[in-house]
Write a protein that binds this ligand. Structure first.
Ligand code: FES
Length: 146
């Protein structure tokens, strides 16, 4: 296996492990097992995991909200929607609510610029966002989380 294949396999492995954890993050145990499995040091694994924004090294909520911060969404108001969510969820981007339901993150372009502003909640994409849409989505997800 060449270095590129090894890296690609490692990324797949980390993805799988993160997705299978209920709090959607990479635990110490996973970092250790990845180091062993791929013959790398833990520092090297840590370097990979912290380089990619899709990986998290701390526990996250049931719903990970990723608001697009790329230029088109920025122009269409993604910053004020982020602030709206920060106030509503009482956190700042990068944090998780104390009840463990929501994590708010930033993301790069989701490829839905034509319907900006856009965001993802876990694997679902939402477009043409407004405060009203966010408000009702958050309430719906809160109910579903119970
Ligand atoms: S800039 Fe936000 S989806 Fe493309």
């Amino acid at each position: 296996m060449n270095d590129q294949e090894k890296r690609s396999e490692l990324l797949n492995y980390l993805h799988e492990m993160q997705n299978s954890h209920p709090q959607q993050y990479l635990t110490e145990e996973v970092l250790n097992s990845a180091a062993q499995k791929y013959g790398l040091t833990k520092a090297e694994i840590y370097g990979v995991a912290s380089y990619y924004s899709m990986f998290s090294l701390k526990p996250r909520g049931k719903y990970i909200i990723r608001i697009c911060q790329s230029p088109v969404c920025q122009m269409m108001g993604s910053q004020s929607l982020t602030e709206f969510l920060e106030n509503k969820l009482r956190l700042v981007a990068g944090e998780t609510t104390s009840d463990g339901i929501f994590t708010l993150e930033h993301t790069e372009c989701l490829g839905r610029c034509g319907k900006a502003p856009s965001m993802m909640v876990n694997k679902d994409v939402f477009t043409e966002l407004t405060q009203e849409k966010l408000e009702s989505l958050i309430e719906k997800l809160k109910t579903e989380a119970k």
